[in-house]
Design a protein around this ligand. Sequence first.
Ligand code: PHE
Length: 336
Amino acid sequence: MLDKIAQIKDSAIRQIESCSDIDQLNQLKVKYLGRKGELTDILRSIGKLSAQERPAVGKLAGEVKALISQRLQEIFSSLEAKQQSPQEFFDITMPGRRPSVGKKHPLTQLIDEIVKIFHGMGFSVAEGPDVETEYYNFDALNTPADHPSRDIQDTFYLENGELLRTHTSPVQIRVMEKQRPPVRIIAPGKCYRRDTPDATHSPNFHHVEGLYVDTDVTMADLKGTLVVFAQQLLGKEVRVRFRPHFFPFTEPSVEWDFSCTACGGKGCNLCKGTGWIEISGAGMVDPAVFEAVGYDSEKYSGYAFGMGVERIAMVKYGINDIRLFYENDLRFIQQF
Ligand code: PHE
């Protein structure tokens, strides 16, 4: 009996050690240690042996079983490791490759910052579609059919009579149609105009619209809000200037400027010697706009403003060509 066990041990170890395949190894495991395995048979029959034979056979059979399972385990592990890394050598001292992490486009970063400042003043974000109807982009904003801003020169019309919005002001109308005053929203988004691209023009650009409607809203509220905004964005020294202007949807209307951050208002290249940088338009919501959305223009007043995101980005970062924002040259984008 002892000889037989020794024989089993020798052949099992030999086969296991020369095995190079996991399936084959599994078969060997069954052959030697399985329920019908050769060694299992012996262990099971120990009870039938004489009292003299029993201790020695039991001890040896137990030891051989332990040895076989240990060798099986070792060969299993090494076969598995080989499967995982086909290359025998893996140089753990080699420096790793750093994954390059993407980030937000500078204009998106700036819009996020603008939104955050207005959040702090109680404004929430509203959105509208890029493809608009003439009604939302013009009519409801008191812009009559013969107004020059409707000119085919300025507006991209689509074949179905819709158009690419020329400003974010239609979002004002969409919000007021759904909501009663008080309204306090900003609407960031893309705008489109048939402009020939140059250093300061792009047919696609970004605006952030603002709208505040309540009882007793005044022009002073408008200016106060824009001053706080400018100072939070660009620093305490920045000043805001209003110049009289005309927009069909505001009355009175202004254009608003930041004092130039590059020269502090003395006049330089960036501000073309004027000391001021034009941001966009603003004004008190025209009563005709309130009528279009069913607000009582005797009871409510409000202000609206727009701002050109690229304009602000150019001032904030001292960039002199708007086209840099759209070329997606990583050398430019990665600086922000
Ligand atoms: N929509 C105007 C423009 O595109 C800006 C503006 C917004 C003016 C709100 C007044 C009020 O230039």
